[in-house]
Design a protein around this ligand. Sequence first.
Ligand SMILES: NC(=O)c1ccc[n+]([C@@H]2O[C@H](COP(=O)([O-])OP(=O)(O)OC[C@H]3O[C@@H](n4cnc5c(N)ncnc54)[C@H](OP(=O)(O)O)[C@@H]3O)[C@@H](O)[C@H]2O)c1
Length: 342
Amino acid sequence: MNSSRREFLQVSAASAGWLALGACAGSGGGGRPAEGPADFGAKRRLGRTDLWVSPVGFGGAEIGYGEVPQEQVDRLLNQALDRGLDAIDTAECYRESEELIGKAVAHRRDEYLLFTKVGHWPTRDGWSAASIESTIERSLQRLRTDRLDLVHLHSCSQQVLERGEAIEALEKAKAAGKVRYIGYSGDSAAAAYALSTKRFDTLMTSINFADQEAIELLLPACREQGLGVVVKRALANAVWRYDDLPGNDYHQEYWRRMRALDFDFTRPERRSETGPSGPASIALRFALSLPGVHTAVIGTTNPDRFAENQGLLAAGPLPEAEIAAIRQRWAEVAPKDWVGQI
Ligand SMILES: NC(=O)c1ccc[n+]([C@@H]2O[C@H](COP(=O)([O-])OP(=O)(O)OC[C@H]3O[C@@H](n4cnc5c(N)ncnc54)[C@H](OP(=O)(O)O)[C@@H]3O)[C@@H](O)[C@H]2O)c1
């Protein structure tokens, strides 16, 4: 079979697949399976866990690194919860993010799932059992809660995973009831190794039009193992906003890739489009249409963004032909070293 035919078949399976992967029309844990585009925004079961998540969650990195004032986070998160936000992701190392979230919404704790990550605090090498244990205690305090729904190891190396201590520390926290589910957050070869251990409930990984390695490298194993998949960086940090190489080095690789891939939806004349054919809509619906993907946590400091991004789902899954075109362009342009980005 030639590569373009193979690509097309993978994409066809992809766009049919999200329907079969636990999409649920109701709220909470029940409801009937999704039947069509109108259900694209419905909750999905996060793999074999008993957590049900809407396709758009909140990513807490930006409020931490952006040093956003408490009042703004209060408004952002409470408004989003009022509109159906049900999953909040953060990490122990996103500066004050955990504290901001705890202060803003702990009084509504039953309305959202809480995901955090361990491994970077108090040093950049906090992968010992003692460090992970104390980090989890600190997260519980800062988030003002007695339980974490999901804790990810925060992109540790394969060597750290191989030592086993970090995974065991998470398993212990789960057995103690402090953490309901455990996962690995990371990319490329380290994430593939994490999956091979079969000790995780979920994977958080980068998938977007400029970062497609995970689609073939990681998603098949996630589907086989019934893992929940949380996509990070689904909007590729919205790098279409920049005319020139961005000053933020975290955004530079995606900006360079976007330029090389040259999708029509990221060109300057299209970048301010906010409707179904705009870049945010296409990026988000691309990630969420892939089989095995359950939710995408989108970072923002803007209180109106959740409603905007939730609204993008009304257009339904990205049509097969558009997914195929994005996959095909990647197959043609991406060199081998365009690996998944942490
Ligand atoms: N290693 C890891 O575990 C890891 C790594 C990266 C990220 N994460 C998690 O994943 C989350 C998401 O990743 P991310 O924040 O790096 O990337 P992202 O979600 O792809 O991009 C966030 C950026 O997109 C902008 N944006 C959001 N909605 C938009 C829209 N409709 N139109 C235009 N721009 C829009 C936001 O700006 P505004 O403020 O203007 O809305 C923000 O600057 C993080 O917050 C974090 O929770 C984890």
